[in-house]
Design a protein around this ligand. Structure first.
Ligand code: NDP
Length: 518
């Protein structure tokens, strides 16, 4: 085991005030491999106080956007220089295959910091303002203040970047609480932020349990904005806590996204695309295409071939470059996945591929589950309605586009969707009818920091990424300057409320010092 990974508060690496620690388990082996300081209520208060001080008194919110952008670019460079180490840490902590950690996670972190650096730099540019007669008016964007970020275990370093980059680009300070299963890369990213020279207290990392550290953080009256990614249940709790202080919230929650295969599709392409859509990172992805809706004309052959290809996905230890899929993040999540497959079978679904754990030689204690496809599913079954968050795909046939759209939209969630078709115009028409924040056509998982990402319905509130996501971290101020200047005649509207001053009496002849007629 390595040394304890400590909390980052006010620029210092600290033990928890209780002195407690917890272990991180490597899901590839089921063995503990790192020890982390276990932050609690007192640490949350310390971290928020440090972020508050940095915001109220420090240089960060007062810097020009271009200057802040320089720091974000430096962080991106440091992430690039440390890519191999960060990827390995992510693989061990969260079970990301090393190929995915190198190829997807780290690249996304770098581009997220770079894109938000661009946005910060553009802040200094003059923008056209709406004109109004009689006054000069302009809109000014300002940082919100102290941001509390709470992130999940499925994409730890990416989620940290998605929260930290826009927050600091806009001039805020942050306290981030990573998931307890996977805190290591967030702590490492926090340290790189310090190495880039960020003023102390701008980025603080608070590992610790959601119920203690997390709740204290989001309920703090010193926090101005909460950004959360995770389950809908915890999102709802966070919104409740934040509501006590009317703290602004963005929530990116669950999904049960429909992947619609139309009858004009290139079948070979769509088969691999559907597998990529659901089994990337073992389906532990909020926007995974977990409901596959297939035109009945194609259905039987399509599903038979899909099951064969799913069986070829090689599940193995995260650090093995030949693994296509790693372990499930935790024993608890492995049991959840297993339970859902059993529920599906009890509901009448057929297991067409996988459906069970698998043991990897030399890694017997790891949390491995085979890529699973359930057929004979209808959209009212629990496995079609609830987020499983594991390598489980349900397949549902449809007879026409209208039915596909109806099934796709029949969900409490609305995060993502997708259409596979040989005809882009036809696919776009379907896409426009889906009640989801993102729709991919002939692809999946293409999240781009230049474009907004977030959910309709119970998939969340607000957006991350793009100009919209950036604005979630900014307050908007309208400044109005009356054009007449302070000495002008009073505005006629004031008469609606404020009595006119009494007219001064006309000066009498004595006052004038003259006699009438001169
Ligand atoms: P949670 O939603 O419970 O956890 C997400 C984050 O919230 C973690 O940092 C967690 O801390 C924290 N947290 C938990 N409870 C509170 C609280 N009361 N106040 C403040 N913060 C809190 O996800 P789980 O890890 O428990 O996963 C459960 C299910 O959630 C999964 O099976 C999946 O369905 C869904 N999920 C969805 C994700 C998404 O991206 N939409 C991501 C992850 C999970 P801690 O880790 O210490 O508990």
């Amino acid at each position: 085991m390595t040394d304890t990974h400590r909390l980052l508060i006010g620029g210092d690496l600290l033990d928890a005030s209780s002195g407690e620690t917890f272990d991180s388990i490597d899901p590839s082996t089921g063995e503990p491999f790192a020890t982390i300081a276990r932050g609690g209520k007192e640490d949350a208060e310390r971290a928020v106080a440090a972020a508050r001080r940095a915001f109220d008194e420090g240089p960060w919110p007062r810097m020009k956007g271009r200057e802040r952008a320089g720091y974000l670019l430096k962080i991106a460079d440091l992430v690039k220089q440390n890519a191999a180490h960060l990827a390995e840490l992510e693989a061990r902590d969260g079970g990301h295959t090393i190929r995915m950690a190198k190829g997807a996670d780290i690249g996304m972190v770098i581009s997220t910091f770079r894109v938000f650096a661009e946005m910060a730099a553009r802040e200094d540019d003059e923008r056209p303002q709406p004109r109004s007669p009689g006054s000069t008016n302009w809109v000014r964007y300002e940082p919100i203040g102290v941001c509390a970020a709470v992130t999940p275990w499925n994409f730890p370093i990416q989620m940290a970047a998605w929260k930290i980059a826009p927050a600091i680009a806009a001039g805020n300070t942050v306290v981030i609480k990573p998931a307890s299963y996977t805190p290591l890369t967030t702590i490492a990213l926090g340290r790189l932020c310090m190495e880039a020279g960020l003023p102390e207290g701008v980025v603080n990392v608070l590992a610790g349990p959601g119920a203690a550290a997390g709740e204290s953080l989001v309920a703090s009256p010193l926090v101005d904005k909460v950004a959360f990614t995770g389950s809908t249940e915890v999102g709802s709790r966070i919104m409740q806590l934040a509501s006590a202080n009317i703290t602004k919230c963005t929530l990116e929650l669950g999904g049960k996204s429909a992947s619609i295969v139309l009858d004009d599709v290139d079948v070979d392409y769509a088969l691999d695309g559907a597998l990529w859509g659901v089994f990337f990172h073992n389906g532990q992805v909020c926007s995974a295409g977990t409901r596959l809706l297939v035109d009945r004309k194609l259905h039987d052959d399509f599903v038979a071939e899909l099951a064969k290809r799913a069986d070829r996905i090689r599940t193995g230890p995260a650090l093995d470059p030949s693994s296509d899929a790693g372990p499930i993040v935790s024993k608890t999540q492995l049991e959840t996945v297993e339970r859902y497959v059993r529920i599906g079978q009890e509901e009448g679904a057929d297991v067409l591929a996988g459906g069970e754990r698998t043991v990897i030689e030399g890694h017997d204690g790891g949390y491995y589950f085979k890529p699973t496809i359930l057929g004979g599913v209808t959209n009212d079954m629990k496995v079609a309605r609830e987020e499983i968050f594991g390598p489980v795909l349900v397949v549902i046939p449809f007879d026409d586009e209208a039915e596909a759209v109806r099934i796709a939209n029949d969900s409490i969630y609305g995060l993502a969707g997708g259409v596979w078709s040989g005809d882009n115009a036809r696919a776009v028409k379907v896409a426009e009818q889906l009640r989801t924040g993102t729709v991919w056509i002939n692809d999946w998982h293409m999240i781009n920091p230049r474009y907004p990402f977030g959910g309709y319905k119970q998939s969340g509130l607000g957006r991350e990424h793009g100009e919209l996501g950036y604005n979630e971290y900014r307050e908007v101020k309208h400044i109005h300057v009356d054009l007449g200047g302070p000495s002008r005649a009073r505005h006629p509207w004031w008469d609606l409320t404020v009595p006119k001053p009494e007219a001064p009496a006309a000066p009498g002849p004595e006052a004038a010092g003259r006699k009438p007629g001169g």
